[in-house]
Design a protein around this ligand. Structure first.
Ligand SMILES: Cc1ncc(C[n+]2csc(CCOP(=O)(O)OP(=O)(O)O)c2C)c(N)n1
Length: 288
């Protein structure tokens, strides 16, 4: 038995155990994610990346807001916070500032991060906070039944947009790059190996790093828009994703029925917030 928050990576694995078991709080199972939802796949990729990165999960903290994606913080057997809706980034900022040795990861939904939490998102990017921000974008508020949000593509249907959305959605990579992030990538839940590699790369970087994952929501978004099952949506990603590393994110808008540009859009090493704080303190102590 593990207690929540207790990390058991060093323990030997029983032969009948699933390889992911030690990274999950099995007392929280069964999970709430629907059949053919993409979230489990994204979490598998994340865990594989942590293992490959060689970082001890004890040196990481995972923070989520509210939503289906927000459950990640509860299911992962890492130190974690399942915070209030939209406020994962402020909690993560506090952690990153208080303990610079901690790898701080925010893992949340598009509604949580760019609707109610949108202001935190742009300002954390502007300050280049030392946070890896994973945004699982299913184009809707999945947990509450499929309302339209700021990522819902124009013309897509939602419970609050029965005739299709009339609003232009955010292009998350463009928003992140424009706001000052150090690393910006987008994958779909289909691109498991590339997503895992991107996680591994971003875990080992500093500053604000954003990975957007386009992911099927079969129960709300796909059903409302007659896109079929999660598998059908993955087939759509397969037929319509274009890998374009270094693409200008302003050209990576997502439209209903259109192509999805994925890849690594930005990878720079602008000094992060803490670098400026440390420099300022040492300057003052040095009396300069
Ligand atoms: C302050 C507040 N407002 C609204 C809600 C209701 N609420 C819960 S989850 C959610 C949206 C979640 O959408 P998203 O972040 O995209 O996550 P998903 O469920 O799609 O993974 C909302 C609006 C809430 N819990 N708290």
């Amino acid at each position: 038995m593990t207690t929540p928050g207790e990390v058991t990576t060093a323990e030997p694995m029983a032969p009948e155990q699933h390889p992911m078991s030690r990274f999950l709080r099995e007392d929280r199972m069964p999970h709430i994610w629907c059949s053919s939802c993409g979230l489990g796949t994204t979490l598998t990729c994340f865990i594989m990346a942590v293992v490959e990165s060689g970082i001890d999960p004890k040196d990481m903290a995972v923070i989520s807001g509210i939503g289906c994606t927000g459950r990640v913080a509860g299911y992962l057997n890492f130190d974690s916070f399942h915070t209030t809706h939209g406020r994962a980034i402020p909690f993560a900022t506090g952690l990153a500032l208080a303990n610079p040795d901690l790898r701080v990861v925010v893992y949340s939904g598009d509604g949580d991060l760019v609707a109610i939490g949108g202001n935190h998102f742009i300002h954390a990017a502007r300050r280049n906070m030392d946070i890896l921000c994973v945004c699982v974008n299913n184009f809707t508020y999945g947990m509450t039944g499929g309302q339209a949000g700021p990522t819902t593509p124009i013309t897509a249907k939602a419970t609050t947009a029965p005739y299709g959305s009339y609003e232009y959605p955010f292009n998350i990579p463009y928003l992140a790059v424009a706001s000052g992030a150090n690393y910006v990538a987008r994958w779909t839940a289909l691109h498991m190996r590339r997503l895992k590699n991107s996680f591994r790369e971003a875990i080992n970087k500093k500053g604000f790093r954003v990975i957007e994952i386009i992911s099927p929501c079969p129960t709300a978004f796909a059903r409302k828009n007659r896109l079929g099952t999660g598998l059908d949506v993955l087939k759509y990603y397969h037929a319509n994703s274009i890998i374009q590393h270094g693409a200008d994110p302003k050209d990576a808008d997502i439209e209903m029925g259109g192509k999805i540009i994925v890849g690594k859009f930005l990878d720079v090493d602008r000094p992060c917030y803490r670098d400026y704080v440390t420099e300022s303190i040492s300057r003052q102590l040095g009396g300069k």
